[in-house]
Design a protein around this ligand. Structure first.
Ligand code: ADP
Length: 702
């Protein structure tokens, strides 16, 4: 039987039908019904009750007596035994048979039936006493009052039993509802159980629970005792409609034992609905005085619920209201918790990612990083720091710097920084390279304090290997000294010779003049070379693009050798140029390629005091591709093996005494140009015997 929605508006129809239900002891304790077929006897009896606490009603025969006892419910019927149609015993039997009148006491009045047999018959039929005619008023009143006392006691006992039973029922229901409500915090389950219990206890067909939405304008059907009612949950009802709406709006309970009898009742259910409840109970749910919803019980039969059911119903609602509210709050907390949990997981994930990223950055940074806490405990160190400080973090994490570590200058510096109260500090330390102890490393350390996890200040130390930087500084200083020296010497010579020429021109013999001019020319050449090299370096640094073209390497070597021939002759060297029989092409920048050849041949001349210089160009096939090999071989002073790796560095010179002029840039320029053309340069040398420089460039297939 589906629950039909309430549809039409209801006025304030709180109907408390006090008379809808009668118990077996709803007797009028003042009323007596006198039954006798003889009017005189009745009259006599009435006179006897005159001026007493009792009110008297009379009946002339059994039929009338039954009707009156049904209608008036006297506590006592005093009946004549001998009557036509229905005698007193028949009347007593009829009264005792009807549940409504079964508790009415019966006194027989008789003049004849005095034997034990009649006495027993009358009492066995449920009668309470006999009065034998003739009798005195005192006797009648005494017997009547005795019965009245008995009935009062019975009624009282019955009422108390009723109250006890009701209380018992109330407690049972409350206990069961309480149990149901505390057994789970799942709102749906709580509400479902509640409706089931209410339906069961009230003997209702349907019990339903409606909760007000947040606006307070709609009731939402939240649970119903009906089988398969889930599909109906969520159904909404505006608060200005139906009995449930009325109760939610006014906060007043509604009770009707029979809505069809109830004049004030307005149609509350859909006219089209086959479900037409006649018994309705509806009670508001309250939390802190505020109506939060209603519980409703329905039955199609009238007189299914009583006022005491309403009271019982109300007593349940307070615990239901709290349970509903608790469940709702619990649900809110649960959802909030879930959200919180999700947020925490997400945040933790982000933090972990962040941490990993940060750690990745720290681990991969070129500088060493160490974090030490306020107790000198080592917290973090990246791989560079482990290598530089010669320890493993895994062995030391969370432990203080061991005293023997402090023999190392770098650890001492870290220890001092961790102890220092300064927010920032820096220091420079020189120490032997832990990998190659013969090398000296220059380490710059910088510290800064950060707020650690313990709330104390941790010290972050970044160690930077500035050895190379220092070396560059050193080389630059050396270069400046070299360049200055290189510039000064030719300039001084030029100035002196020029001065001599101008001052003594006429006096100087022609030969001497030529000598001076030649010397000036030579110095100018040295200056030119130096300036050219400095310009080349500047150009290479500026990253100027190559103007590539197809060039015959042989032809370029030819030109350079022709250009440098005077120097070779000056030194009386033997230069053998093995010019290839056919052109060997490369794709290269003309000026740069000339510079490569010139620097290499020039060096060979410079660093060969006497002997042979050989220049050769040839093609070699590597993986089917032509390579142009240019070799410059000399029999000069050679280069010590340990210097070979450094001669291509800028400003690096093997000759510290500077006996041969030069700035240490030539080979660095050569290497950079060759590599820019996709080639490489190799050197082999034996000190005192000579050197071989070989440039390999990608050739062009002809
Ligand atoms: P520079 O010749 O101006 O000093 P380079 O860069 O051309 O500079 O050469 C670097 C160093 O390499 C030279 O100082 C020299 O000591 C060494 N070197 C270069 N070429 C030769 C060579 N052919 N024989 C011996 N040493 C050489």
């Amino acid at each position: 039987m589906p629950l039909r929605p309430l549809s039409q508006s209801v006025q304030s129809v709180i109907m408390m039908n006090e008379n809808n239900h009668r118990g077996p002891y709803d007797l009028d304790l003042d009323k007596i019904l006198i039954v006798d077929d003889l009017p005189l006897n009745r009259r006599l009896m009435m006179l006897m009750f005159h001026d007493t606490e009792f009110t008297i009603s009379e009946a002339a025969d059994g039929e009338e007596a039954i009707a009156k006892s049904q209608a008036e419910l006297p506590f006592l019927v005093i009946t004549d035994v001998q009557m036509p149609v229905m005698d007193g015993y028949g009347l007593c039997e009829a009264i005792k048979q009807s549940p409504k009148t079964a508790n009415i006491a019966v006194i027989y009045v008789t003049a004849h039936h005095r034997s034990t047999e009649y006495l027993a018959k009358g009492l066995n039929l449920g009668g309470d006493d006999y009065i034998y005619r003739p009798f005195q008023r005192e006797e009648l009143l005494a017997r009547t009052r005795a019965i009245a006392r008995l009935k009062r006691a019975e009624v009282e006992a019955w009422r108390q039993a009723q109250v006890a039973e009701r209380r018992n029922q109330d407690l049972t229901l409350l206990y069961q509802v309480g149990n149901a409500l505390t057994s789970t915090l799942d709102t749906q389950q709580v509400l479902h159980k509640t409706t089931q219990l209410v339906q069961q206890f009230l003997g209702a067909e349907i019990a339903s629970l409606w909760l007000l939405d947040e606006s307070g304008q709609q009731l939402i059907l939240t649970a119903s005792s009906e089988e398969g009612s889930e599909r109906l949950t969520g159904y909404t009802l505006p608060v200005d409609q139906g009995i449930a709406g009325h109760v939610a709006r006014t906060g007043e309970p509604y009770f009707s034992a029979d809505v069809e009898e109830d004049e004030k009742h307005h149609p509350t259910f859909d006219d089209a609905s086959p479900y037409r409840p006649r018994s309705i109970l509806c009670v508001p749910l309250r939390v802190a005085g505020r109506v939060t919803g209603v519980i409703q019980a329905l039955h199609q039969q009238p007189q299914c619920f009583s006022i005491s059911d309403l009271q019982l119903f109300e007593s349940v609602t307070s615990s239901v209201s709290i349970a509903v509210e608790n469940a709702r709050l619990f649900e809110e907390v649960r959802i909030f918790n879930q959200q919180l949990e999700r947020m925490v997981i997400e945040r933790t994930r982000q933090l972990e990612q962040e941490k990993e990223r940060t750690w990745g950055i720290l681990a991969n940074m070129a500088d060493a990083l160490v974090v030490i806490d306020h107790n000198q405990n080592i917290l973090i160190a990246n791989v560079v720091a482990e290598d530089l400080l010669n320890f493993r973090l895994a062995d030391m994490i969370g432990r203080p710097i061991p005293p023997d570590f402090l023999d190392n200058t770098l650890w001492r510096s870290l220890d001092a920084m961790a102890r220092s109260p300064e927010q920032r500090s820096s220091a420079a330390v020189d120490l032997p390279n832990p990998v190659r102890p013969e090398e000296i490393l220059s380490i710059q350390s910088r510290s800064s304090k950060i707020l650690g996890e313990s709330g104390q200040r941790d010290t972050v130390v970044v160690l930077r290997d500035i050895t190379a930087l220092k070396e560059v500084e050193r080389m630059k200083a050396q270069f400046m000294a070299g360049v200055t020296h290189e510039l000064k010497t030719p300039l001084a010579v030029i100035r002196t010779h020029a001065n001599n020429l101008t001052t003594y021109y006429r006096r100087l013999p022609d030969r001497k003049r030529k000598e001076l001019i030649a010397a000036i020319e030579k110095q100018a050449h040295i200056l030119e070379r130096l300036v050219g090299e400095i310009l080349d370096v500047a150009r290479l640094d500026a990253g100027s693009t190559l103007q590539k073209q197809r060039l015959d390497v042989g032809q370029i070597v030819d030109q350079v050798i022709t250009e440098l021939r005077p120097l070779v002759e000056q030194k009386r060297l033997n230069l053998r140029w093995k010019k290839p029989p056919k052109p060997l092409f490369v794709s290269a920048d003309l000026n740069r390629l000339e510079r490569v050849v010139r620097n290499l041949v020039d060096n060979a001349i410079k660093y060969t005091p006497a002997g042979v210089i050989e220049v050769e160009v040839r093609t070699v096939l590597a993986d089917g591709r032509p390579q142009i090999h240019l070799q410059v071989i000399d029999t000069g002073i050679g280069i010590p093996a340990e210097q070979l790796s450094r001669i291509f560095e800028r400003f690096y010179r093997v000759d510290p005494a500077h006996t041969i002029p030069g700035a240490g840039l030539g080979l660095a320029i050569v290497k950079e140009i060759v590599e820019a053309h996709g080639g490489e340069i190799q050197v082999s040398s034996t000190p005192g015997k000579g050197s071989t420089f070989e440039v390999i460039l990608p050739g062009i297939v002809t």
